[in-house]
Design a protein around this ligand. Structure first.
Ligand code: GLA
Length: 390
């Protein structure tokens, strides 16, 4: 009953403030107290595009529990573009597509919450979403209140159709910070903790200002399920680590693990994403995912690197001839080291450690005391080590 009253009050409030725009500038990193470590979860887009249904989300939530994904840390179950009806209701409020989500989003949120998961939703800082559905521009306060009343815990906020008269991707930089600040402030005003994902595809060097506007920001255009796409995004993002930290993270887009790359390439992706302290948002069909995919996604040692509380992303120590050495300082004084072989031929890659150190190979489980890590790394492969005092 309390929730119902709260919902009614919030929707009533929303009716009075719809259309108002906030104009505040950047807030301090960590402004909403969320995402102390990079968010982890699942989103339907990479596997299903805009084809999502209530049933898919419920089955995925169930599988996230039964497969161990939730307990490994993947708590956000997120609906991407395509969840809403093509028009707002008579009061100007967003509504779910009634045929795909016949029980509405609040019921879906309750289902997800009952399983110890959180619900993510998608909207757009323009007049239409990338898929052509109603955008939130000019409706920020009303829409944020709707999301909070429904029980939404995470909002991915896209950047298509940035203003009346703009095309899908044209003028996306127009008024960008103000448009994102408007939704950031509207979410804060609801009082509900809602992670804010800034999806501007790396426009306007978003990494320089993203932490004042959201908890994560996309650094590039959309990822594709190919090795070349994944490596290109890694290269565009790995040098931006100095801008990321607790509360605000570089987002090299959702994982393609399980979506068609080789087993070695899948392991490379999660290794590089963990090194970069990237959000780990699984993007595969979890209902039908095989054991190898689930084992890779839930590996506790790679997740521990990604979620390390120090929150300092890796830097590139060397990259000659496509043979990368990355180092990431970890809480407590350990260091994560990645050897990544970008090339199409197997290679021996070495990393000097300065002194004798205790080295654990996190993918193979072996340990040694050594002053140099040296490994035969397969084509497109990546090794991951934790280095501590000997
Ligand atoms: C943009 C985003 C994607 C996805 C689609 C949905 O391309 O970058 O991640 O949300 O829109 O239409």
């Amino acid at each position: 009953m309390r929730a119902l009253i709260l919902a009614v009050v919030m929707l009533a409030l929303a009716g009075t403030v719809a259309g108002e725009r906030a104009a505040s500038g950047p807030l301090p990193r960590g402004y909403n107290g969320l995402a102390a470590t990079p968010p982890m979860g699942w989103n339907n887009y990479n596997a299903y595009g805009l084809e999502l249904t209530d049933r898919l989300i419920r089955e995925t939530a169930d599988r996230m529990v039964s497969s161990g994904m939730r307990d490994a840390g993947y708590v956000y179950v997120s609906l991407d573009d395509g969840w809403m009806a093509s028009t707002r209701d008579a009061n100007g409020n967003l509504r779910a597509d009634p045929s795909r989500f016949p029980y509405g989003i609040a019921a879906l949120a309750a289902y997800v919450h009952a399983r110890g998961l959180k619900l993510g939703l998608y909207e757009d800082a323009g007049v239409k979403t990338c898929g052509g559905l109603p955008g939130s521009l000019g409706h920020e306060s009303a829409d944020a209140a709707t999301f909070a009343a429904w029980g939404v815990d995470y909002l991915k906020y896209d950047n298509c159709y940035a203003a009346e008269g703009c095309g899908q991707y044209t003028c996306s930089a127009a008024g960008e910070r103000e448009r994102y600040a408007a939704m950031r402030d509207a979410l804060l005003a609801t009082g509900r903790p809602i992670v804010f994902s800034v999806c501007t595809w790396g426009t306007d060097t978003v990494w320089r200002w993203g932490a004042g506007y959201g908890n994560l920001w996309r650094t590039t255009a959309d990822i594709q399920p190919t090795y070349d796409s994944m490596v290109s995004i890694f290269k565009q993002t790995v040098g931006l680590g100095g801008h990321a930290g607790p509360g605000g993270w570089n987002d090299p887009d959702m994982l393609e693990v399980g979506n068609g790359m080789s087993a070695i390439e899948d392991r490379t992706e999660i290794t590089l994403w963990a090194a970069m302290a990237a959000p780990l948002i699984a993007g595969t069909d979890l209902v039908h995912a095989d054991a190898a995919t689930l084992a890779l996604l839930t590996d506790p040692r790679v997740i521990a690197v990604d979620q390390d509380p120090l929150g300092v992303p890796a830097r590139v120590v060397s990259s000659a001839q496509g043979h990368y050495v990355l180092e990431r300082p970890l809480a407590g004084g350990d260091t994560a080291v990645v050897l990544f072989n970008e090339t199409g031929a197997a290679a021996t890659i070495s990393a000097g450690l300065g002194s004798e150190s205790a080295v654990t190979d996190l993918w193979n489980g072996t340990s040694a005391v050594t002053a140099t890590i040296r490994a035969d790394v397969p084509a497109h492969g990546a090794m991951l080590y934790r280095v501590g005092q000997s």
